[in-house]
Write a protein that binds this ligand. Structure first.
Ligand code: DX5
Ligand code: ZN
Length: 229
C-alpha cells in the first residue's frame, strides 16, 4: 500500500479561544479540519508559555480526528510520557531540544505514539541524516516558533523541497508551520509538504458561533494547496 500523502489541514488551537477549547475543536473538526495541532511552550525554549499535559488531557475527548502535539520545550525527554498519557497521537520534538535526538524519538515510539522532529529555520536538514528510520513526521518551521500570526519566510520553501527529496518513498509526513494561509499554502504544497498547520488563517474572523467562517477558511487553504501554482 502506498503512503497517503494527501493534504491535511491542521488548525493550531493557539489561535482559538482558550476559554472555550473543547467547542473550538469540535467546530473546526465539523468544518473540515483533518488534524488538531497543539503547541505546548515552556517560556525557555521559546519566549512564550502556553499549555501543559493537563490541558491536553482535558481537550482529548473533544478531538475526534488526530491530535498532533508540537512540543516547544527543552529538555523534551521528561515531557514525552506526560503528553503521551494525556492522549497525543503524534509527538513532535525540536531537534534542538535535547542532546540525544534518536533516543528521544525512540522514547516517543516506545509510548506507542508517532514521532515527529521539528527543525527551526536555521537548523540544517543534515540533522535528519541518521534518524529517518526513527521518524513518522518532519516539521519544517517557516517562522521562529513562539507565537501565532507571524509572517511566512519564503526562503524556507527550498528547504521544504529538499526535505521532501530526503524523504523519498519513506512513510514520513512533511509538515510546515508558521504563516500558512491561502497565499503561502500553494508554495509549500508544491514543494512537497502534506500537513499544513494554520492558526490565524483558520481561526481568524470566526468563532464557535460563526463556525462557517472556519469552514470557509479551511476550504480556502485546502483549495489553494491543491491547485498547481
Ligand atoms: C508557533 C506555533 C504555530 C502557530 C502557527 O510557534 O508552532 O503552530 O500557532 O500560527 P500561524 O498559523 O498563525 O502562523
Ligand atoms: Zn506548532
Amino acid at each position: 500500500m502506498t503512503f497517503d500523502r494527501s493534504i491535511r489541514i491542521a488548525p493550531s488551537i493557539l489561535s482559538a479561544d482558550f476559554a472555550n477549547l473543547g467547542a473550538e475543536i469540535r467546530a473546526v473538526e465539523s468544518e473540515g479540519a483533518d488534524w488538531i495541532h497543539v503547541d505546548p511552550m515552556d517560556g525557555h525554549f521559546v519566549p512564550n508559555l502556553t499549555i501543559g499535559p493537563n490541558v491536553v488531557a482535558a481537550i482529548r475527548p473533544h478531538v475526534k480526528t488526530f491530535m498532533d502535539v508540537h512540543l516547544m520545550l527543552s529538555p523534551a525527554d521528561p515531557w514525552i510520557e506526560p503528553f503521551a498519557k494525556a492522549g497525543a497521537d503524534l509527538i513532535t520534538v525540536h531537534a534542538e531540544a535535547g542532546p540525544h535526538l534518536h533516543r528521544t524519538l525512540q522514547t516517543i515510539r516506545a509510548q506507542g505514539k508517532m514521532a515527529g522532529v521539528a527543525l527551526n529555520m536555521t537548523t540544517p536538514l543534515a540533522t535528519l541524516d541518521y534518524i529517518l528510520d526513527a521518524v513518522d513526521l518532519i516539521l519544517v518551521m517557516t517562522i521562529n516558533p513562539g507565537f501565532g500570526g507571524q509572517k511566512f519566510t519564503p526562503a524556507i520553501v527550498d528547504k521544504v523541497r529538499q526535505a521532501r527529496r530526503m524523504i523519498g518513498d519513506r512513510p514520513i509526513h512533511l509538515e510546515v508551520d508558521g504563516g500558512i494561509d491561502p497565499t503561502t499554502a500553494p508554495l509549500v504544497s508544491a514543494a512537497g509538504a502534506n500537513v499544513l498547520v494554520a492558526g490565524s488563517a483558520v481561526f481568524g474572523g470566526g468563532s464557535v458561533d460563526r463556525p462557517e467562517v472556519y469552514g470557509a477558511n479551511i476550504r480556502a487553504i485546502r483549495a489553494a494547496a491543491s491547485a498547481s501554482p
